[in-house]
Design a protein around this ligand. Structure first.
Ligand SMILES: Nc1ncnc2c1ncn2[C@@H]1O[C@H](COP(=O)(O)OP(=O)(O)OP(=O)(O)O)[C@@H](O)[C@H]1O
Length: 326
């Protein structure tokens, strides 16, 4: 099912608290508001079967976008279409086609045993008993749900809770999945399990997925496409590889010199973004943008600074670099 976002905007209006004498009294009569433009004119299409990552720094507008896409929050401007259905005008029809997981907040009933939440959700979505049983049997096998079937949700570990929440979001067999930080706070093993499951949902069951995350491994391992939002605006939309190319990931060279080192004030390759990031005696770390200079050029330049004893090359870490881009 296709997701279309057309010129989405969201402004939040929050009252400003006044200070000083009689401030409270004055606020009763005339209120000042501050307008926060959380999402500014965002448009994109996500085709059926795509797995798209949605990334950006804290407060960039990711959750606000997801809430508008799923119909929870009304846009100030623009329109959302999910398989042609506007979730704000036809909420019930849209809700049947989409599943949502918010990693920070469970949609399960906190004090009830896990299985009871599925009974309630099945009733809410009109999933009949036989379908509910067969789907739950499938999820129980894939997500190992049975070990905590009768445990109240509040007693689940974070990893168990996330698995339980995923099953809940899928109980009515939606075509679209919106996942807001589904791996947050999980350990390495739990992350791996969740990723395997999500990969399977997309590859084998054809679910269309939009995923927000701060974990670049999620993006690299799962997404065919990534959108970057910063300060409410889309700043990138393309493949993970083209994002890497755009950023021009720097490679780090750690060079140990024998004897004296003379770093020129302006290195010859400065125009191509060769920068000294650390100097510890005769050990110097430089960063070079491999898009603009090749390794031999870098080594030639470094060799002109002194007699090289050893060079260690370190490949860039996507996660670290993307945070610089934010
Ligand atoms: N209900 C609200 N009222 C006022 N401001 C809000 C409201 N919800 C969000 N905002 C503001 O809108 C901006 C975008 O918030 P949003 O939660 O969408 O960011 P995010 O990209 O999901 O961040 P994070 O990665 O921290 O979860 C922030 O500045 C936030 O403070």
């Amino acid at each position: 099912m296709r997701i279309e976002a057309r010129h989405l905007n969201k402004q939040f209006k929050t009252p400003v608290v006044r200070e000083g004498r009689f401030a409270g009294l004055r606020s009763l009569f005339a209120r000042d508001y501050r307008i926060k433009e959380a999402v500014k004119d965002i448009s994109f299409n996500i085709e059926s079967g795509e797995f798209v990552g949605y990334i950006g720094p804290n407060g960039a507008g990711k959750s606000t976008t997801i809430k508008m896409l799923t119909g929870i929050l009304h846009p100030t401007g623009g329109e959302v279409l999910l398989g042609g259905i506007n979730p704000h005008r036809e909420r019930k029809r849209a809700v049947r086609r989409l599943g949502v997981v918010f990693g920070q907040r469970s949609q399960l009933w906190w004090d009830l045993p896990v299985k009871d939440s599925y009974d309630i959700l099945a009733k809410m979505y009109g999933v009949d008993e036989a379908l509910k049983q067969s789907r739950l049997a499938q999820f129980a096998a894939l997500l190992d749900l049975e070990e905590f079937w009768l445990t109240p949700v509040r007693k689940l570990s974070l990893g168990q809770r996330m698995r339980a929440d995923l099953a809940a979001a899928l109980l009515h067999d939606p075509d679209l999945l919106f996942l807001d930080e589904p791996t947050i706070g999980l350990d390495v093993n739990a992350k791996r399990e969740i990723r395997q499951f999500l990969k399977m949902l997309n590859a084998d069951f054809g679910k269309t997925v939009l995923l927000t995350t701060h974990d670049m491994d999620d993006i690299e391992q799962l997404c065919s496409r990534v959108m970057v939002i910063g300060n409410g605006e889309l700043s990138f939309d393309g493949t993970v590889q083209s994002l890497r190319d755009t950023i021009g990931l720097p490679t780090r060279f750690r060079v140990t010199y024998r004897g004296e080192v003379n770093i020129p004030a302006i290195p010859a390759l400065e125009h191509a973004r060769l920068a000294v990031t650390l100097q510890e005696g005769s050990v110097i770390t430089v960063e070079a943008n491999r898009k603009t200079i090749n390794t031999m050029e870098v080594l030639r330049e470094l060799g002109s600074w002194g007699e090289i004893e050893d060079v260690e090359m370190m490949e860039p870490d996507f996660e670290e670099v993307i945070h610089r881009v934010y």
